[in-house]
Write a protein that binds this ligand. Structure first.
Ligand SMILES: NC(=O)C1=CN([C@@H]2O[C@H](COP(=O)(O)OP(=O)(O)OC[C@H]3O[C@@H](n4cnc5c(N)ncnc54)[C@H](OP(=O)(O)O)[C@@H]3O)[C@@H](O)[C@H]2O)C=CC1
Ligand SMILES: CC(C)=CCC[C@@H](C)[C@H]1CC[C@H]2C3=C(CC[C@]12C)[C@@]1(C)CCC(=O)[C@@H](C)[C@@H]1CC3
Length: 335
C-alpha cells in the first residue's frame, strides 16, 4: 500500500528538496504538494517528475495563513484520501526581517559567537501584520493554520492499527524568551518568527500528549541555516554570494550551516524512516553538515515545560472555537 505524504510549502526551498529526497527514498509513495500558488506548485511537480518520471504526485491549493483556505483544503483532502501517513508542516514565513548589526558585531567578539551563528539569537527582528482573520500573520502561517489542518484531518491521521507522523520544520531560532502565553500571537514584540517557532515546539509536545494513544506522533526538526527564499529575504543576494566562502569556513566551527536545501532536509527525511514510537517528544532533530560536507542528524533536548504546552494547547482550542463561530456566522450570512 502506498504511503500518503502531504507537504506544506512544497514548491521551494527545504520543502521541495524534501519531496525530491522522499521520492528517492521510497518509490511506494503518493506525494501531495500543498501550496498556496498553483503555478509555483505545478512548476515544482514538473521538476520532481523530471527527476522521477514514475512518481505519483498530486497538487493541493492551500494558504495555511488563511483559515477558510485551510478548511476548504481539508475538505478536499477528505474527499481524496481515507488516511494520511505523514504530514510535513513545513510552510513558513519570516516577513520584513531586519539584521541588528550592532548585536552582530558585538556577538562576533563574544564567547557566544558560535551559538550566535547557529541560532541567530537576538540578531533578527521582524515586522508583522494582522491578517483577514484578525490573527498575526506569522503566527497564523507558521502555527495556527497547521494546527487547524491537523484538527480537521484527525480522522485520517488517527486510524486504527496504523501510526501517522506530523513533522514540523521548526528552527534553532525558537526561543523561550520570545514567547509568552499572554501574547502567544506575538502582537506586541518584534521577534514573531522566533515566537512562532517556539510555539510550534510547544504544540508538538502537546499534540503528542493528546494523540499518541491514538497512533499519531509529532516531531520537530531544525534544518540549520539554509540558503532559500526565506534567507535571501534577510540580506541582498549579492551579499550572500560575497560571503559564501566565509559561510563554508564557518561550517568547521558549527555543524548548523547546512546551506543547501538538500542538506537542510536531512532530519526531515531521517524522521520518515523512523518508528515514531521510538522518538523522543522533547527532542528537536537537527540537520547537521560537517566541515567536510557530511550530513547527519543530531537530536537535542528542547527547553519546554509540559504545563506551558498544555496551557498553550488550550488557548489554541479556544481560538479555534472563536474563529469557527466567526466563519460559521459568515457562511450563514452568505446563505
Ligand atoms: N532557510 C532556513 O535557514 C531555515 C528555514 N526554516 C523553516 O523552513 C521552512 C521552509 O522554509 P524555506 O524552505 O527556508 O523557505 P522558502 O521561502 O523557500 O519556503 C517556504 C515555503 O512555504 C510556503 N508558504 C509560505 N507561506 C505560505 C502560506 N501562507 N500558505 C502556504 N504556503 C506558504 C512558500 O510558498 P510560496 O513559494 O508561495 O511563498 C514556500 O513554498 C519554514 O518553516 C522556515 O521557517 C527553519 C530554519 C532555518
Ligand atoms: C555568515 C556571515 C558572515 C554573516 C551573516 C550574518 C547573519 C545574516 C546570519 C548569521 C546567523 C544566521 C541565521 C539565520 C539567518 C541569518 C543569520 C542571522 C536564521 C535565523 C534563519 C532562519 C532560521 O530559522 C535559523 C535557524 C537561522 C539561524 C542562523
Amino acid at each position: 500500500m502506498k504511503r500518503i505524504v502531504l507537504v506544506t510549502g512544497a514548491n521551494s526551498g527545504i520543502g521541495l528538496a524534501l519531496c525530491e529526497r522522499l521520492l528517492t527514498t521510497d518509490s511506494e509513495i503518493h506525494l501531495c504538494l500543498a501550496c498556496r500558488n498553483t503555478q509555483r506548485a505545478m512548476a515544482a511537480r514538473s521538476a520532481l517528475l523530471h527527476s522521477h518520471p514514475e512518481a505519483d504526485i498530486s497538487l493541493l491549493k492551500v494558504d495555511v495563513g488563511d483559515m477558510n483556505s485551510v478548511l476548504e483544503a481539508a475538505k478536499e483532502i477528505k474527499k481524496r484520501y481515507s488516511r494520511l501517513d505523514y504530514i510535513y508542516l513545513n510552510a513558513g514565513i519570516m516577513p520584513n526581517p531586519q539584521l541588528n548589526l550592532k548585536v552582530f558585531v558585538k556577538g562576533l567578539f563574544s564567547r557566544k559567537v558560535v551559538r550566535m551563528f547557529a541560532t541567530g539569537e537576538g540578531l533578527l527582528t521582524q515586522e508583522d501584520h494582522v491578517n483577514a482573520n484578525g490573527l498575526q500573520k506569522v503566527f497564523a502561517t507558521n502555527v495556527f493554520g497547521h494546527f487547524i489542518l491537523i484538527k480537521e484531518l484527525e480522522p485520517l491521521l488517527c486510524c486504527p492499527s496504523m501510526t501517522s507522523q506530523l513533522i514540523w520544520t521548526s528552527s534553532s531560532n525558537a526561543h523561550k524568551s520570545a514567547f509568552s502565553l499572554d501574547d502567544y500571537q506575538h502582537s506586541q514584540g518584534i521577534e514573531s518568527y522566533s515566537s512562532s517557532k517556539y510555539a510550534s515546539d510547544l504544540l508538538s509536545l502537546a499534540l503528542n500528549r493528546q494523540f499518541n494513544r491514538r497512533g499519531l506522533y509529532s516531531s520537530v526538526t531544525c534544518p540549520g541555516l539554509v540558503m532559500t527564499n526565506l534567507t535571501y529575504g534577510i540580506l541582498p543576494s549579492f551579499f550572500w554570494t560575497l560571503i559564501m566562502p566565509i559561510m563554508f569556513l564557518i561550517r568547521f566551527f558549527t555543524n548548523s550551516f547546512t546551506l543547501t536545501p538538500y542538506n537542510g532536509a536531512e532530519a526531515l527525511v531521517w524522521l520518515y524512516k523512523q518508528n515514531p514510537e521510538s522518538l523522543d517528544p522533547r527532542a528537536k532533530y537537527h540537520s547537521c553538515t560537517s566541515g567536510l560536507g557530511n550530513n547527519y542528524v543530531n537530536p537535542k533536548k528542547m527547553d519546554l515545560r509540559e504545563d506551558t504546552a498544555e496551557a498553550f494547547y488550550k488557548q489554541l482550542l479556544e481560538l479555534e472555537h472563536k474563529l469557527r463561530q466567526k466563519v460559521g456566522v459568515a457562511e450563514e450570512a452568505i446563505k
